[in-house]
Design a protein around this ligand. Structure first.
Ligand code: PAF
Length: 282
């Protein structure tokens, strides 16, 4: 496994791999790797013959009041994990390599980014799109892997890939959950034991919505109210949003039908957690 922070080195190693006819699979991450990331890496290992992982805590996708400085970083553990997965190249650039002095070009997707997390995290998706576009230009992957937990992110990345003609196929893999249903996230380590217990309510709310829809409820407002009720019964929980939108365009759905995304963002203590589910309703 090659480990490098140099863009030139990455290009050189990938050029060599391509000469040998390798298919390049890419998993971009911000490190603090968990089973969710590993499921993406394993998928890349299955589909491609040269697996690249990047670890880069991208400063421009964090708001001023967000957790860029405290975001979990554990390079030692991460490197052991990726070694076990037998990846070929780990790209671990310093911030200056990605954003040198004078950097002034940003990628902004202007439609899907306005929905859901875009409302409360101004500029977040500009940061995500910019870094992903840069990583795609550096690595030129055949396939790139994203998790469904960040459904909106994956949807936006699919959109910029199409709009900007990146020749990369985007694969989105299912959410990996803890035994009690909490979606795996690097931010889960912020939770103290009481908060960790309470955090199960995200999954409970999702299951409640699923049950109501299965019983025939089609009124989004009613489903959301029930989910809110469940959340409000928990201490230390503050809802950022609970929304039901169509899974492609992310527009609000008054009546639930077709491929619908039920998405929520909730603060448990100071930690912002997200989760979602897609339901197919005839
Ligand atoms: O999902 C993440 O970890 C990040 O948003 C990504 C895609 C690596 C971009 O920084």
């Amino acid at each position: 496994m090659v480990v490098t922070g140099s863009i030139d080195k990455v290009r050189e190693v990938i050029r060599e791999a391509r000469k040998k006819g390798k298919i390049v699979g890419f998993v971009p991450t911000m490190g603090a790797l968990h089973e969710g990331h590993l499921s993406l890496i394993k998928a890349a290992r299955r589909d491609s013959s040269f697996v690249v992982v990047s670890i880069f805590v991208n400063p421009v996708q964090f708001g001023l009041k967000e957790d860029y400085r405290s975001y979990p970083r554990n390079f030692k553990k991460d490197i052991e994990l990726v070694k076990k997965e037998k990846i070929d190249l780990l790209f671990y650039p310093p911030a200056k390599a990605i954003y040198p002095d004078g950097f002034s070009t940003y990628i902004s997707e202007t439609c899907l980014s306005r929905a859901l997390c875009g409302k409360s995290r101004t500029g977040h998706f500009i940061g995500v799109c910019t870094v992903v576009a840069k990583l795609f230009n550096i690595i030129e992957p055949d396939i790139a892997y994203f998790g469904q937990k960040d459904y909106q992110q994956a949807r936006i990345i699919k959109k910029i890939t199409k709009d900007l003609n990146f020749p990369t196929k985007i694969k989105v893999l299912p959410i990996v959950r803890e035994r009690d249903g909490l979606a795996m996230s690097s931010r889960n380590i912020y939770l103290n034991s009481k908060e960790r217990e309470v955090a199960r309510c995200l999954y409970s709310a999702i299951n409640l919505a699923k049950k109501l829809i299965k019983k025939g409820e089609r009124n989004s407002r009613k489903v959301i109210s029930k989910m809110e009720e469940l959340m409000k019964s928990k201490k230390r929980v503050e809802i950022d949003y609970i929304e039901i939108v169509d899974a492609d365009e992310l527009n609000d759905l008054k009546r639930i039908g077709g491929r619908a995304l039920i998405a929520l963002a909730v603060y448990v203590g100071k930690t912002r957690l997200i989760d979602n589910i897609i339901v197919n309703v005839k």
